[in-house]
Design a binder for this molecule. Structure first.
Ligand code: C2O
Ligand code: CU
Ligand code: CU
Length: 532
């Protein structure tokens, strides 16, 4: 196995690329390699291999679908740490405990450069899957880190610059679930009653092959939207349940689609967790807006549903422009085309035909996500805990910049989505993107819409951190769950959010970006640099 890090150590390629990147020296970036301990010092509790490779999956009757998938294998440690989803393009669920030391030997066997990012995990810069660490086909990258995150539903996906959208779309994604003692003590449904649900949209041709972007300019500006809603890699997903309570872990693994989650029978959602694990106590919402990369955990109690009955988790219709006040008017999304009563899957051509661009299932259309079929009686043994976990709230007065937060404007410039007018450059860090270690900061993101032309939601994500939401303004709906720990927050047009984030350790270069993967690939992504 070729070890990329060793390769770079030998050739000095890492250091060279920093110089070539120009800003490395200005920044006084430590050579990335200096952070690396030799493999021999690291004694993992869990040692796994993870390979990205082309494969074929039967999704529909007839032809198999060609995908790119992660395959995993436990080399050392608990064999149940990897859970394969049946007949799915999704990678194995990596299930670990807080405090475990893990080594992941990643091998790239797809005909494209790539690197893996652990979304939501607090890991050293070298282990975070920054695009500057991409490896070509045939090479390996060894990750070694201790799991420091609290229990929660995290995930992993590729992160090569400009190619994250197509690679995730092609099948490269998986869940990374962390457990800890506090979570175990909460007494939630576990084992077969703890269900991961990855929601994604896809488009297929008549040959059952995935279709990605049409290349139309409007599609690139909006982000990719498919007209098939997949759950765990399956179309028309049905969840069989007993008459009891479940823990449902939902990930929006879509490239750009936003879901307005609700139960079909109008009962409220009982939310117990978000991106960074369990809330302090359950909260109730009539619906939840879930942007790309966000997670939400639900307590779902079917004990009063009769055996043989069905219900569904749906996405309610919403208007992507008007939601946030929509001062720019209709925009070009073709959202809100479906009436409120229309919750059925629409497969017709409904979108606005702006400049020849039609979208068969626009962002904001209504449809069922999956059906729930109650198929057996079972006696209830758990009840919803009043208290789920303990969260220490950051105090705004402890931040170093409460009066002058770092402010990031999400806007369109020169037909490209930008953050403060800038797009991604591999090793570029602006003055307002440098952070001192050991500080608690306020970061503010403002989605004002862009240049009188387009007005879009942006799910904003910070690498390596779980943060707390201090406040939001401009919100015209009640579908956010800002309680608890977050690593990705959705900003509808007109919204402004203030986050509190602590930079306690791990110096180096990390990303923050829009998690609409087409926006990200087009450069709506920047580095921030933590200086020790
Ligand atoms: Cu899911 Cu850069 O992240
Ligand atoms: Cu991330
Ligand atoms: Cu965006």
């Amino acid at each position: 196995m070729i070890n990329r890090r060793l390769f770079m150590q030998i050739t000095g390629a890492g250091a060279l690329s920093l110089v070539a990147g120009g800003l490395g020296s200005l920044l006084d970036l430590p050579p990335a390699l200096a952070e690396v301990k030799t493999g021999s010092e690291f004694d993992p509790d869990l040692d796994i291999s993870l390979t990205a490779q082309p494969t074929q999956i039967q999704i529909f009757p007839g032809n198999h679908t060609r995908v790119w998938s992660f395959k995993g294998q436990v080399l050392k440690g608990d064999k149940t740490s990897l859970i394969n989803l049946e007949r799915s393009y999704l990678g194995p669920i990596i299930k670990v405990n807080k405090g475990q030391k893990i080594r992941i030997r990643f091998t790239n066997d797809i005909p494209d450069a790539t690197i893996v990012h652990w979304h939501g995990l607090h890991v050293p810069a070298m282990m975070d899957g920054h695009p500057r660490y991409v490896i070509p086909q045939g090479e390996s990258y060894i990750y070694e880190f201790e799991v420091r995150n609290r229990a929660g539903t995290y995930w992993y996906h590729p992160h090569p610059h400009g190619r994250t959208g197509p690679q995730v779309y092609g099948g490269m994604a998986g869940l990374f679930i962390v457990s800890d003692e506090e979570e175990k003590a909460a007494g939630l449904p576990s084992g077969e009653y703890d269900i991961p649900l990855v929601i994604q949209d896809r488009a297929f041709d008549n040959d059952n092959q995935l279709v990605y972007m049409s290349g139309h300019m409007m599609e690139r500006m909006n982000g990719f939207l498919g007209d098939w809603i997949m759950v765990n890699g399956h179309p028309d997903f049905i969840l069989p349940v007993a008459t009891r309570a479940y823990r449902l872990r939902l990930l929006n693994g879509s490239n750009s689609r936003i879901y307005k989650l609700a139960w079909q029978d109008d009962r409220p959602l009982t939310v117990i967790g978000t991106d960074g694990g369990l809330l302090e106590k359950p909260v109730y919402r009539q619906y939840v807006m879930l942007g790309p990369a966000e997670r939400i955990e639900l307590w779902a109690d079917f004990s009063s549903n009769p055996v043989g009955s069905e219900t569904a988790l749906v996405s309610l219709p919403f208007d992507t422009e008007m939601m946030g006040g929509g001062k720019m008017g209709r925009g070009m999304m073709g959202g809100g085309m479906m009436g409120d009563g229309d919750r059925q899957m629409g497969r017709g051509m409904m979108g606005g035909g702006m400049m020849g661009y039609t979208q068969s299932l626009p962002n904001g259309a209504g449809f069922p996500i999956f059906r729930v079929r109650v198929n057996r009686k079972e006696k209830e043994t758990v009840s919803l805990p009043e208290r789920l976990s303990t969260i220490e709230s950051y105090r705004p007065e402890d931040t170093v910049n409460l009066r002058y937060p770092r402010t990031f404007h999400l806007l369109m410039r020169h037909m490209a989505w930008t953050i403060n007018g800038r797009t991604f450059r591999m090793e570029e860090v602006a003055n307002d993107e440098r952070v001192r270690m050991d500080t608690l900061e306020v970061w503010e993101f403002i989605n004002e819409g862009g240049m009188g032309m387009m007005n879009m939601p942006h799910p904003i994500h910070l690498h390596g951190k779980q943060f707390q939401v201090l406040e939001r303004t401009g919100v015209t709906h009640n579908g956010y769950v800002d309680e608890g720990w977050k690593d990705t927050v959705l900003l509808m047009p007109g919204e402004r959010i203030r986050l509190v984030v602590r930079f306690e350790d791990y110096p180096g270069l990390f990303l923050y970006h829009c998690h609409n993967l087409e926006h990200e690939d087009m450069g709506m992504m920047r580095n921030y640099y933590v200086k020790a």
